[in-house]
Design a protein around this ligand. Structure first.
Ligand code: 2AM
Length: 190
């Protein structure tokens, strides 16, 4: 049976993607091999599903619809940059996302619970809301890159979460190709 690599995420507005592009441009000249996330591809992952049998994806979409309908749109804000696992050995460079009212955390817990009922393994690691902007591919000068990156200011942009997106991910030699399979709107406030 055919499988589709997929994940559940939230989109971020164009001004956040543009600010990420400017930051990437500042860091690109450093002699470190980094695969920079294409700004258009930047997203906030709620749950990585991995390879899912195509026939199961409809039910995932329905589960997301149900959860999304139980939430009104809410606000998040971009925060400072950070790195995984640490600044001495940076592998992933990201921009943090502030969830002041804990609404994102609650949403992620509901997604975990609902998808666990559909047989998806629960995430073992604690949820860290982040936007990956680059993956470090070489060790040389990586600490210097992390130091420069962490010293950069990143503007605090406030944005509304309006949809949960079930995204297809095709890994290509020139980067991931993301295709939305389903968009679940959060409940209209009216
Ligand atoms: P990341 O940005 O922190 O790497 C698509 O790969 C999305 O799913 C990415 O946002 C990625 O998070 C996330 N993801 C979470 N767990 C993953 C895993 N085990 N393998 C690949 N991607 C994962």
């Amino acid at each position: 049976m055919a499988t589709i690599r997929s994940f559940v995420c939230i989109d971020v507005p164009p001004e956040v993607k543009a600010a990420i592009e400017r930051l990437q441009t500042k860091l690109r000249h450093l002699p470190v091999e980094v695969s920079w996330t294409r700004p258009a591809n930047v997203h906030l992952t709620l749950k990585f599903l991995g390879d899912v049998e195509e026939a199961r994806l409809g039910r995932v979409g329905e589960a997301l619809d149900e959860i999304a309908q139980a939430h009104a749109p809410f606000e998040l804000a971009t925060d400072r940059g950070g790195v995984f696992p640490n600044a001495d050995r940076p592998r992933v460079l990201w921009i943090g996302v502030r969830d002041e009212r804990g609404l994102l955390r609650a949403l992620v817990a509901q997604v975990e619970d609902a998808l666990a009922q559909h047989g998806f393994a629960r995430e073992a690691r604690p949820f860290t809301a982040h936007l990956t902007i680059g993956r470090v591919r070489s060790e040389r000068s990586a600490r210097e890159l992390a130091r420069r990156f962490l010293a950069e200011e990143f503007p605090s942009y406030r944005f509304l979460v309006t949809h949960l997106i079930l995204m297809r991910s095709d890994l290509r030699p020139d980067g991931a190709l993301y295709t939305p399979l389903h968009r679940a709107p959060l409940r209209d406030r009216s």
